[in-house]
Design a binder for this molecule. Sequence first.
Ligand SMILES: C[S@@+](CC[C@H](N)C(=O)[O-])C[C@H]1O[C@@H](n2cnc3c(N)ncnc32)[C@H](O)[C@@H]1O
Length: 209
Amino acid sequence: MRSDQERWDKKYKGKRVDSGTEANPFLRKHIHLLPKGKALDIAAGEGKNAVFLAHRGFDVEAVDISKFALRKARKLAKESGVRIRTLQADFDHYPLEEGRYDLIINFYFLDRHLIPKIKRGLKRGGKVVFETFLKEQMSLSNDGPKNPRYLLKPNELLTLFREFRILFYREGIFKEGGTKKAVASLIAEKVRISPQRSQRTQRSLRFPR
Ligand SMILES: C[S@@+](CC[C@H](N)C(=O)[O-])C[C@H]1O[C@@H](n2cnc3c(N)ncnc32)[C@H](O)[C@@H]1O
């Protein structure tokens, strides 16, 4: 059986895989909400979001399992006249350093085991921007994962970050860049919440399935 790295390298070798070099529309629209500083782009792919953040003054680390994707990300950064740091790593094993980042972005990559690591990796006041496909995407389009394991359930993303302060959340079918997609998008801030309040928040954010 082929490893994840081999599968993604095969995809990224040669032809372009991600949707162009323009950063994600949700990220572009909400950039003013995000704290400048050290940023991590999780599963950065060909680097369009990392390069966008570098243009906006962030110090960006782009991490991905595919060396071919990262090669393209470095090329894009060079052509755009910005610097990003790239690191080939598998998030199944990659430990995020505690309290290292002001911003973590995670676009179109769903690994639920990573959520606690993202929370730990952020500084207090740090923010996470997360967007990926909902289950509805399977019946909407051929784009996106076919395995439901890699798709979000209703309100799942909101619930995964329930002890964070939710600054923006949307869920549904949106037309962006000319195509319709079923996604959930979130911006949330790591805050210190007393244990009592945290329990209350968790109760009030428990949604029926
Ligand atoms: C659908 S692409 C998304 C790329 C980029 N975030 C975007 O929105 O354009 C998913 C990315 O996840 C990376 N990936 C898959 N499994 C990974 C893993 N275990 N660790 C790190 N990166 C992984 C792939 O190489 C690929 O670049």
